[in-house]
Design a protein. Structure first.
Length: 321
């Protein structure tokens, strides 16, 4: 097996050398089951000395380590995508740079990648975050489920997947990308393994409660039509309610219960036209939702394997993954 280990780096000048050393020692050991590997360090515009450390590591082991420096901070998922697009080997492993993801757990992920499994998440035995951070993480997983990600509760930054899955999102240029959503476009053959994770001992996580909530909002508006669909359902409900209220007002007028002149006409018109407006917004929302879905660049389909030898026009038929 040949493996590319992609590590996004931000404010990790003190931890990334240990992470790289652990990965190189583990995957380079005889009997590891890995024939060849590389470590791709993606420095995400870090303001400290992380870029210098990454360059030094690449210079010391050019056969194993590659340093990719982004011009500014684009966010963890965009940094991951930059590294994944540069991966040379058939399997990609992603892990954090803070030593919470243990290198000795990588073989568990690789072992779970069977013939019928394309993507494996490493799930911690216990939550290692505080109450607020854990709550925000669960919120992110709920929004992933709303965006159509299967088994969203198992999603984590410690993953292993087949590099060919990247073909389904090779044209994506969204600055608010979510790697897990993009991977869900390519496969639903997803596994999970329980792994051990360590507590962070150096620095603090750049993922604050605010940033996680913002990430969740980006996902639900960027990869889901749920907000627009809610407006559509609200439109139908208001339209039905307007008809009912209009009928009630007319009935009371006919029964002589209305004594204020002109009230029946005004109330009926407000009820009916308000319902019509909300219904119209719902219909517009449905069309906007379809335009939004098409703008994502989501593939028509992804082929796992093809036993035929006939050439395929990729532009017309889809993309093999």
């Amino acid at each position: 097996m040949q493996v590319s280990v992609v590590i996004p780096c931000y404010r990790s000048q003190d931890t990334v050398p240990h992470v790289v050393a652990d990965v190189v020692e583990l995957l380079g050991a005889p009997g590891s089951g890995v024939d060849d590997f590389e470590v791709v360090l993606v420095v995400d515009g870090s303001p400290d000395g992380t870029a210098r450390v990454a360059r030094d590591l690449a210079a010391a082991r050019p056969d194993r380590v590659r340093a990719v420096e982004l011009r500014r901070n684009y966010g963890q998922h965009n940094a991951l995508i930059a590294g994944i697009r540069r991966a040379r080997f058939p399997v990609v492993v992603t892990m954090d740079d803070d030593r919470q993801h243990r290198a000795d757990q990588i073989p568990l992920l690789l072992a779970a990648l069977g013939d019928d499994v394309d993507l494996v998440y490493g799930v911690a035995v216990e939550e290692e975050h505080g109450a607020l951070r854990s709550l925000a993480s669960r919120l992110v997983k709920r929004t992933l489920a709303m965006a159509g990600v299967p088994k969203a509760d198992d999603v984590s930054a410690f993953r292993a997947f087949r590099t060919s899955l990247r073909d389904t999102f090779r044209h994506v240029t969204d600055p608010y990308s979510s790697l897990d959503v993009l991977l869900s476009w390519a496969t639903t053959s997803i596994g999970r393994v329980v792994v051990r994770m360590d507590e962070r001992t150096v620095g603090t996580s750049s993922y604050t409660l605010r940033s996680l909530v913002r990430h969740a909002l980006n996902m639900v508006t960027g990869y889901s039509n749920v907000p627009l669909r809610m407006v559509a359902w609200l439109g139908w409900f208001c339209a039905a309610l307007g008809v009912v209220l209009g009928a009630v007002v007319v009935w009371k007028f006919a029964a002589g219960d209305t004594t204020v002149a002109g009230f029946t006409t005004i109330a009926a018109m407000v009820a009916l036209f308000s319902g019509a407006q909300m219904l119209s917004l719902g219909v517009i929302g449905e069309y906007l939702g379809r335009l939004h879905t098409r703008s994502m660049g989501k593939p028509t389909y992804a082929v796992r394997r093809d036993t035929g030898a006939a050439p395929v026009d990729e532009d017309l038929q889809g993309r093999d993954a």
